[in-house]
Design a protein around this ligand. Structure first.
Ligand SMILES: *Cc1c(COP(=O)(O)O)cnc(C)c1O
Length: 458
């Protein structure tokens, strides 16, 4: 039975414990120092400062322990200090920390590329290139698609999130806080980016629209407003992350991929958040058997070390001339060693099965809460796959977004020692991204707190 991770030894006791004042005196002291030196534009969801983290527990500088249901935004799937990752990093830093792969190459980079060829969907010939962040991977996937097709346009979707650099801001849908500020704009943005309608089953005007019809709606917009002959790529998150954990209707992704193939358009799956066992498969596209031409990866790939990748069809990837892709730190040897160890742990601990287990436990629990609440129910929808789950909160009896309850629930959970994240175009989605190595007792305890928080808002 793949319901319990027994192979992983935790270093910290897996238990929540809030003792006394919150945030405590040491955290308050650090917050005061931070206010004098750290830019205000980088905000933190949690007011405490971290001392240690392991498995699904984060401890702070005042001795409080929190259950982590966010994984640093879907990053620490194998745990926050996975012993195999720590050992691989230690071993690598003692040999060399950097040579720059563009100057003097090393085995770790090649090893990661081999693993990506093995794990990404499709049995075609593949090539990979490594970078540092998700945004950088997305930018480079677009560069590759443009050179491979000789076309300029890139299609993105409503509610999309692809990063915070200039091109990826253009690709991202939500203005505040990513693209604009009450004081002005982060633009002008990169040109030749077009946005078309997503499949968002919960908020479809016509509830009967199926996935294929939603895809035809997007395709019509592309063909009429851009022209397929101008389109280099369509870029899509198979399950949207920051936009609200939106799972498109079944058939949406396969139809888009089929259309792209017919028109010579590169289909890019942005799996930066949904990849590496998060949804109970190596990649979220696997749930519908979709094989992307290019796939972007980051967050979960290296147990917390900064690493990202683009993997894709050899003929597309190799259309770029030598020297056309790269970066000083891309595929850093320490990050590569961490990725090899993290991927090894995902296999050893069968984290796909763990994610599927988490998905069924959490979904069942949340659906029961929704039905128990009856007329006072604020849970509009429970959705997601595996360890990527969300609650869209609404005013009872309708679909009006309930951002106030969302915020209150996250705050309540935090005070009780449970870190949860929110997201969504309307700020009304509670998202759960537990480390996939969380044990059943800790998950249960976290859900108890979440349930109390939801009931208090209903
Ligand atoms: C987080 C995210 C990005 C950006 O990754 P960074 O590492 O923050 O640059 C891009 N795409 C998706 C789907 C993401 O979730």
């Amino acid at each position: 039975m793949a319901t319990q991770t027994t192979a992983l030894q935790y270093r910290l006791e897996q238990k929540r414990n809030i003792n006394g004042e919150f945030p405590g005196p040491r955290s308050q002291e650090l917050a005061a120092r931070r206010a004098q030196t750290v830019a205000a534009g980088v905000a933190s969801g949690v007011p405490v400062y971290v001392a240690d983290a392991d498995g699904a527990i984060v401890t702070d500088v005042d001795g409080n322990s929190f259950i982590d249901l966010g994984s640093g935004i879907a990053v620490t799937s194998v745990g926050a200090s996975n012993p195999a990752v720590a050992a691989a990093v230690r071993e690598q830093v003692e040999r060399f920390t950097h040579t720059c792969f563009m100057v003097a190459p090393y085995e770790g980079y090649v090893e990661v590329a081999e693993l990506l060829s093995e794990l990404t969907p499709g049995d075609h010939e593949k090539r990979s290139v490594l970078f540092n962040s998700g945004a950088e991977a997305v930018e480079n996937a677009v560069k590759i698609a443009r050179v491979a097709t000789g076309r300029p346009a890139v299609v993105a979707f409503d509610h999309a999130y692809h990063g915070r650099t200039n091109l990826t801001m253009a690709l991202t849908a939500k203005a505040m806080p990513y693209k604009s500020s009450p004081a002005g704009t982060f633009g002008p943005f990169a040109p030749e980016v077009y946005r078309v309608p997503m499949s968002y089953p919960f908020r479809e005007e016509n509830e009967n629209v199926n996935g294929k019809e939603a895809a035809e709606r997007a395709i019509l917009a592309i063909e009429k407003q851009i022209g397929s002959e101008s389109v280099a790529a369509i870029l899509i998150e198979p399950i949207q992350g920051e936009g609200g954990f939106i799972v498109p209707a079944e058939g949406f992704l396969p139809r888009l991929a089929e259309w792209a193939r017919e028109k010579g358009v590169v289909f890019i799956a942005d799996e930066v958040q949904s990849g590496f066992c998060r949804t109970g498969e190596w990649f979220a596209v696997n749930h519908e058997g979709v094989v992307p031409d290019l796939i972007t990866m980051a967050k979960g790939i290296a147990g917390g070390m900064p690493l990202s990748a683009v993997t894709g069809r050899a003929e597309l990837m190799d259309s770029v001339h030598a020297g056309g892709l790269g970066g000083t730190y891309g595929g850093n040897p320490v990050a590569c060693a961490a990725a090899v160890a993290a991927i090894g742990s995902m296999k050893d601990l069968d984290l796909n099965a763990r994610a599927a287990h988490i998905g069924s436990v959490v979904t069942e629990r949340l659906q029961k809460i929704a039905s128990d609440l009856g007329e006072k129910n604020i849970i509009g929808e429970v959705r997601g796959r595996g360890g990527m789950l969300a609650l869209e909160l609404v005013l009872p009896g309708g679909k009006v977004p309930n951002a106030a309850a969302t915020k209150a629930i996250a705050e309540y959970c935090l005070k009780e020692g449970v870190i949860i994240l929110t997201c969504g175009t309307y700020g009304n989605v509670v998202r759960l991204l537990p480390p996939l190595v969380i044990n059943d007792e800790v998950l249960e305890d976290g859900l108890n707190v979440l349930e109390t928080a939801i009931r208090a808002q209903s």
